[in-house]
Unconditional design. Structure first.
Length: 166
């Protein structure tokens, strides 16, 4: 997101009527908040043992997070990049086997997708697997855990760290 802020700032500065000093101050303040967020996420995820740093989600939306913070994506319930795809029985069996083999304790369902399939997957895995909701595609109303990008990422980080530390 820092790269997005850095790319957006000159575009905004080029607009008529923009207060350059206010924009510069706002960009610097938000960049500082993003750096602090990254530090918080790094610390939260560092507490997760290496053997538990495995993610199972609805679909492959957490690839950037996994790459940035050293997680392995064990699998996704919905194959491919589209939420319109449907998993086959073979896909679910393969993912269930991967969950068992990896010893995954928590699988993550996105708030924008029904978690019914995730619940079925947890039952089929035949092990004690928790289903925890994460925020991805939209923000929430104020006070619901994801009313800004920063609060969304903090909530998701806390839930991932807690879920994978069980």
């Amino acid at each position: 997101m820092i790269a997005v802020v850095d790319a957006l700032a000159p575009e905004l500065a080029a607009l008529d009527g923009v207060d350059d000093a206010a924009l510069e101050a706002d960009v610097a303040a938000y960049r500082a908040e993003l750096v602090a967020l990254d530090d918080e996420m790094t610390a939260a995820f560092a507490a997760i043992p290496a053997e538990r740093r495995q993610l199972v989600t609805n679909h492959h939306v957490f690839g950037y997070l996994a790459e940035r913070f050293g997680f392995e994506i064990v699998g996704a319930v919905i194959p491919g990049g589209s939420t319109l795809a449907a998993p086959s029985a073979s896909d679910l069996l393969g993912l269930t086997d991967a969950i068992r083999a990896a010893g995954v304790s928590t699988i993550f369902a996105e708030s924008s997708q029904p978690d019914r399939l995730m619940q079925v997957l947890a039952e089929e895995a035949g092990i004690d697997v928790q289903v925890t909701e994460l925020f991805t595609e939209s923000l929430t109303a104020e006070g619901e855990g994801a009313d800004t990008y920063l609060s969304m990422m903090r909530t998701n980080s806390e839930r991932i760290a807690e879920g994978l530390s069980r």
